[in-house]
Design a protein around this ligand. Structure first.
Ligand code: GLA
Length: 403
């Protein structure tokens, strides 16, 4: 199986193939359990999660699968189908962290469970994923969640879904060196089929908002620029620091403000004089994006997809001009789509500096959208973006075995 294996494969077929692969690798699959956790795409609300704001992601139909079986000793044997790579170690002697490699997400998750006294036995575990890595679709969150959910189920750890998301965020911080917010892990674990997930990143209260795309003859189309910026992580932490500097500057006069979440547009305006232009723009993005997420959630509740599309277009402008996390490749994908009749809204999605755009589009305009994006991008960059129509969205679940 390769990374390019198509998602149209039915889940049953994938499970059969994975059980066979597990058996080839680890003698037998008796007593094993198969878990699947999806990647995510964000409808709206970027760079708001670490500012204790609001986000509205959805899960996608690309996932990480994990097959796991408990052992009675402390040996851990891992195998990645995608990388055709095996690792074996003792629970009490984890291998050194190799930041950014698949092994670190897995050994990091295991370490966290062990450190918290939740895990004291070994296991055999096989992984396969079809979330494109480096595309901003949260392949790492899906991997962390799949591993933790699988271990939690096979060892009956009774971890709550929100606890799992928080634990996986810690894995990302400690073992991948990315100071991400909570959106990706939360979306992968708590996202639900045919729904978007509205999340308040301060209180972690959430709502599954119905997303009846088919009823409205609409589709979501993801266009992957296939740009993975080396600098994405350092730029991401630079933005986080800028947001913290805004809060620190305001706190000198008003201790009530804990994060940018505590400001609306008028409230922020009062501080224009104490912030330099760049910091003011960063804050304007976050404050206005939070308002757009609320408006987008309300639009979805009312089935007003045109209003949702308008908020998506505004979000892109704000991420491009105020927060400056877009990229020329993403801007081209956005402006090319915006010229097409039937495209209700489009924006870059996720951390930025590369990755994907998300298009809300009438179903009958999808073929033209695909052709236009491919042609415009190839003309300028000499290669095509990958374009996927999101057929359905998955949720984290046990596909085989379990109690
Ligand atoms: C990355 C991070 C998330 C979030 C987005 C931007 O995906 O992992 O926590 O901050 O960027 O919205």
């Amino acid at each position: 199986m390769s990374l390019s294996s198509e998602i149209s494969q039915s889940a049953d077929l994938v499970v059969d193939q994975l059980l066979k692969a597990f058996e080839d690798r680890f003698e037998s699959h008796v007593g094993s359990l198969v878990v699947r956790a999806p990647g995510r795409v964000n409808l709206i609300g970027d760079h708001t999660d670490y500012n204790e704001g609001f986000v509205l992601p959805i899960t996608i139909d690309r996932d990480v699968y994990v097959v796991v079986r408990a052992r009675t000793d402390e040996v851990i044997r891992l195998y990645s189908v995608n990388y055709e790579e095996a690792v074996s170690y003792d629970l009490t002697a984890p291998p050194p962290v190799e930041t950014g490699r698949w092994t670190s997400y897995v050994t990091g998750a295991v370490e966290e469970l062990h450190r918290r006294g939740l895990l004291d036995a070994g296991f055999d575990l096989l992984i396969y994923g079809n979330v494109p890595p480096g595309a901003g679709l949260s392949s790492s969150a899906a991997l962390e969640i799949a591993v933790v959910h699988a271990l939690s189920s096979v060892f009956r750890l009774s971890l709550e879904p929100v606890e799992m998301a928080l634990l996986c965020q810690t894995v990302e911080h400690r073992y991948a060196g990315v100071q991400c917010g909570i959106m990706d892990q939360f979306a992968s674990r708590l996202g639900r089929r045919k729904h978007a997930l509205f999340l308040d990143c301060r209180t972690l209260e959430y709502e599954h908002v119905p997303l009846p795309l088919e009823e409205f003859d609409l589709a979501l189309v993801i266009a992957d620029s296939r740009v993975t910026r080396e600098l994405a992580n350092s730029k991401y932490s630079e933005r986080r620091k800028e947001c913290n500097r805004v809060v620190a500057a305001i706190q000198r006069s008003d201790g009530q403000i804990r994060s940018l979440r505590d400001l609306n547009a008028d409230g922020l305006n009062r501080w224009a004089g104490v912030l330099d232009n760049t910091l003011y723009d960063r804050a304007r993005h976050v404050v206005s994006e939070n308002a757009r997420v609320m408006a987008a959630r309300d639009a979805l509740r009312e089935g007003d997809f045109h209003a949702l599309g308008r908020r998506m277009n505004e979000s892109h402008e704000s991420l491009r001009d105020l927060f400056e996390v877009s990229a020329p490749e993403l801007d081209l994908l956005v402006s090319s789509a915006q010229h097409i009749d039937g495209v209700l809204g489009v924006r870059m999605t996720g951390g930025g500096f590369g990755g994907c755009t998300i298009n809300l589009v009438e179903q009958n305009a999808v073929p033209l959208l695909k052709r236009t994006l491919r042609a415009a991008y190839a003309r300028k960059y000499g290669r095509e973006p990958s374009v996927y129509v999101l057929k359905q969205n998955h949720e984290t679940e046990i596909l085989h075995g379990g109690y």
